[in-house]
Design a protein around this ligand. Structure first.
Ligand SMILES: [Zn+2]
Length: 75
């Protein structure tokens, strides 16, 4: 089960913002670009980038999305 992330974090290789993140994934797990399959960084790195953007844009909805990433998947 994947959780689609809609923040503006772009792949450094192809520039795509198209990637997905399994729910409940560990912070050290890799995030992979859906378009070129390059690694975008770890979950922890992506969270840090997203938090930075959330602070910049005051995106309350994004904060709620970040909170859900750390939850275990439903049984
Ligand atoms: Zn890419």
């Amino acid at each position: 089960m994947a959780l689609d992330i809609s923040v503006e974090v772009h792949c450094g290789t192809c520039g795509s913002a198209n990637y997905s993140l399994p729910a409940g994934m560990a912070d050290e797990a890799p995030i992979v670009c859906n378009d070129c399959s390059d690694r975008l960084g770890s979950v922890a790195e992506l969270k840090a980038e997203m938090i930075g953007q959330a602070q910049a844009h005051s995106a309350e909805a994004l904060r709620n999305q970040l909170d859900r990433i750390g939850d275990p998947p439903p049984a």
